[in-house]
Design a protein around this ligand. Sequence first.
Ligand code: GRF
Length: 206
Amino acid sequence: MKIGIFISGTGTNMVAVCRNFLEKRLEGVDEISFVLSDKRNAPGLQKAEALGIKTIVLPKRKEQTREDYEAEMLKTIEPYNVGLLVLAGFMKVLGERFLGGFHGKIINIHPSLLPSFTGVNAQSQAFEYGVKVSGCTVHFVDSTLDGGPIIIQQPVFRKNDDTDETFRARILEQEHILLSKAVSIVCKGEYKIHGRYVVVLNQEEL
Ligand code: GRF
């Protein structure tokens, strides 16, 4: 399957997926067709270029409505004919217009064990709350905030001497592993959805 990756920032999750692909460790993926950023100066763009992946920069213009912007995004990526879009630190919430064009074909990585700590800065939210365990989640994207069906999750335990930064760093380390696993599961079609529950068919993937 051909995939596209959306980023807004540093792009370390995107790099992890691209490296696994380039090193032939990403089963089910035939091509990473592009990395799209909605931020012109996202540091991830240079990283993608350095890996030889096609980059697209598509910021929302001030005069554009969200619908117009999403229509432009759809038109821009249409020629690539990708079967999956991977949101890896993409900071825009996608609306119905966009989701309609990619129903069930968009996944997102979130740095908490959903449904706890949705939205931005989930790691700090969890840290400040005082949880003993947080982690990361890859889920299908629907019109709710971080609320689509969960594909896989990885817990990360807080250590007594963790700071916000060390806790965040250990979650990120796990994100880098988890996202590629989820991409492979989806690209190989090794799942079924029962209501909100995603059954991963090959448990060895986990
Ligand atoms: C990650 O923590 C991801 O879970 C969240 O945004 C962050 C992106 O980091 N959605 P990076 O750009 O992949 O380094």
